[in-house]
Design a protein around this ligand. Structure first.
Ligand SMILES: *Cc1c(COP(=O)(O)O)cnc(C)c1O
Length: 363
């Protein structure tokens, strides 16, 4: 059977959460983002591990929340991007409302069921994605007047935290809406910051929504978090090839010397991007081995010539550290010209997941 595993260290995950909470001095509520199967780390296990230490979990779509509820997760779940109405009640979820129509449908259903539904309202401040974008305060007041809805939160999303002036402008837009609503006696919690915004003190408001930071990636090192996922496979075959031998589709790599070329059972169908062809490294026996030739759908070739005593079935680290060497999602992202988010969601998605706690495998 093909060996491709993602090991997720739940202690590191918990430690990352603790460091984030320490950084905001426990003053902001924590909305832990576990969308996209917890960025490839497995949303059920991750949610079980952290639910007692966060105020909400957040998912993108209704179906993701159902999976968590059916697995027995009982914390508050915020659903970021879905118009689901009936299921929100059935599974006791907190929907993010981004239009008046959506609020009306939820209100009507709440009335029908004789329930008060907590909601968060999303407002546009410059992301250009979802959120109420015109007559914002007026629309929120209209929503506040709909029966059986409780506005528990008002939120927005930062689009370009590398730009300080722009970020402050977005923060000010939310602040203005907050002041306007407060004047009308509407006092929910406000939140705008994901991982990269938490370094702006005035972006903290009442809650933050960390995603990638939980999993160990931060745009700088102010909060020192550590990656909690490692992806590994094993060498499928090794061949000694003469100088001048072409490797893989398109013959983009030709051996420059007599070479030991290994084959590993991972390819672009497993989220090991084709853009990594002739760019990436993997770790074998504590040494970096370069990817040679084009990454195929299910297979990739690596140059093992400089690795003494290497043999079939040796472990290959695709992502993570081993024997002083480390390959991070940043490295892979740079090689493939993408971002760590895409690396984690792609690689974590296909590998068989195993979880570690107290240094032991727990599943
Ligand atoms: C994905 C997402 C987050 C988390 O973002 P990170 O950069 O991973 O911390 C927070 N809020 C919203 C609305 C999101 O879509």
């Amino acid at each position: 059977m093909r060996f491709l595993e993602a090991e997720i260290d739940l202690d590191i995950l918990s430690e990352n959460l603790k460091r984030i909470k320490d950084f905001v001095k426990n003053k902001s509520k924590i909305i832990a983002v576990v969308k996209a199967d917890a960025y490839g780390h497995g949303a059920q296990k991750v949610s079980f591990e952290i639910q007692k230490d966060v105020d909400y979990l957040a998912v993108a779509f209704f179906e993701e929340a159902v999976i968590l509820r059916e697995a027995g997760i009982n914390s508050e779940i915020l659903v970021l991007f879905d118009r689901e109405v009936e299921g929100v009640f059935k599974y006791s979820l907190v929907p993010v409302v981004f239009s008046l129509d959506q609020a009306k449908a939820l209100s009507a259903q709440a009335v029908k069921r004789g329930k008060i539904l907590p909601i968060h309202i999303k407002v546009e401040t410059g992301m250009g994605r979802v959120g109420i974008y015109s007559n914002q305060s007026e629309t929120i007041k209209k929503i506040a007047n709909l029966p059986n809805l409780k506005i528990e939160g008002v939120m927005s999303h930062l689009s370009h935290t590398e730009d300080e002036a722009w970020t402050n402008e977005q923060i000010d837009r939310l602040k203005n809406i907050k002041e306007e609503l407060n004047r009308f006696g509407i006092n929910p919690i406000f939140h705008i910051s994901a991982s990269s915004g938490i370094y702006y003190p005035n972006a903290l408001f009442d809650a933050i929504r960390p995603g990638i930071m939980l999993y160990g990636y931060s745009s700088n090192n102010i909060v020192s978090v550590r990656p909690c996922m490692r992806v590994k496979t094993k060498i499928l075959d090794i061949r000694r090839l003469p100088k001048g031998f072409p490797i893989s589709y398109g013959r983009t790599f030709i051996t420059k010397r007599e070479s030991l070329i290994g084959v590993i059972p991972i390819g672009y169908a497993d989220g090991y991007f084709r853009a990594l062809s002739n760019k990436a490294y993997v770790i074998v026996r504590g040494k970096k081995a370069p990817v040679v030739g084009k990454v195929c759908m299910d297979l990739t070739m690596i140059d093992l010539t400089d690795i003494p005593e290497v043999k079939v079935d040796d472990e290959v680290i695709i992502l993570g550290s081993a024997d002083q060497q480390e390959i991070t999602a940043w490295d892979i992202a740079n090689w493939a010209e993408t971002i760590p988010y895409e690396v984690l969601t792609s690689l974590g998605g296909k590998a068989k997941k195993r979880y570690i706690k107290g240094g032991q495998y727990v599943s």
